[in-house]
Design a protein around this ligand. Sequence first.
Ligand SMILES: Nc1ncnc2c1ncn2[C@@H]1O[C@H](COP(=O)(O)OP(=O)(O)OP(=O)(O)O)[C@@H](O)[C@H]1O
Ligand SMILES: [Mg+2]
Length: 280
Amino acid sequence: MSSQPEDVAEADSAVEAEARETAGGLPLRVEGVRKTFGGITAVDGATFEVEEGTLTGLIGPNGAGKSTTFNCITGVHEPDGGAVYFEGEDITGARPHAIAQQGLVRTFQIAREFEEMTVLENMMLAPDHQVGESITRSVVPGLRGNVVEQERQLREDVWEMLEFFEIDHLAEEYAGNLSGGQRKLLEFARALMLDPEMMLLDEPFAGVNPSLEKKLLDRIHELREEQGLTFLLVEHDMDLIMENCEHIIVMHQGRVLDEGAPERIKNNEEVIEAYLGGEV
Ligand SMILES: Nc1ncnc2c1ncn2[C@@H]1O[C@H](COP(=O)(O)OP(=O)(O)OP(=O)(O)O)[C@@H](O)[C@H]1O
Ligand SMILES: [Mg+2]
């Protein structure tokens, strides 16, 4: 009887491993996703895959459909057509919370913290299963010690993360009083607290100073190399994309215009044209 939980855990990980295998090492697969808003087609049959452990760039001129694609992947919008698979599982139309719990976590182009809560409170809320559980468990005798230890650990993790993101001095500040860049950092830090397997980052460095940007990029590379985390990054700074991403997906008018290594993308006339066209 005592071996039951282990058996179950083993069976679970076998199922997970099989799902990964079916996905062929592909954490994310987007197939023909479409999203319209009234008469506007924001995403028009976007199809691409992201390989495990990569830092993949998602680029394209303003209005190309990058953020809407993120919204369709993470359940913020339900796509009008197409499908999204995470680690081999169809997650199309699933709730954002459920998708995050599966390990697919994102940040928003316009950061979304609870403005009337402090930075620290926002961070403590992030791994909600821990805080939520601890509140319920605190009334169950015998689990109290566990709860105290869990919360102590959570606080320690939160402070470590705040220090790394260089916003620890803002811990007691209301999120609503932060600058744009500081909000981006809080959101990024909060997303990392969820212990993700894959992160979708929508312009995470906007308003962030260059030395911190460099430090965060180093951390991203470290998380990929050491823990196999996968990143999909929307970013307008081409030098940053070309220097850091091994694979780049270019969107234009809701579709994938081209994808490949930086060298290929840099020299693609159609890509250059799409950018110039967007600016005129
Ligand atoms: N909620 C919405 N309601 C109506 N139209 C929308 C909505 N969200 C996006 N759009 C429209 O869809 C198109 C794609 O927008 P999206 O924000 O996905 O582009 P983007 O590639 O992220 O652009 P940017 O680089 O400027 O962030 C745009 O024409 C935009 O105005
Ligand atoms: Mg956008």
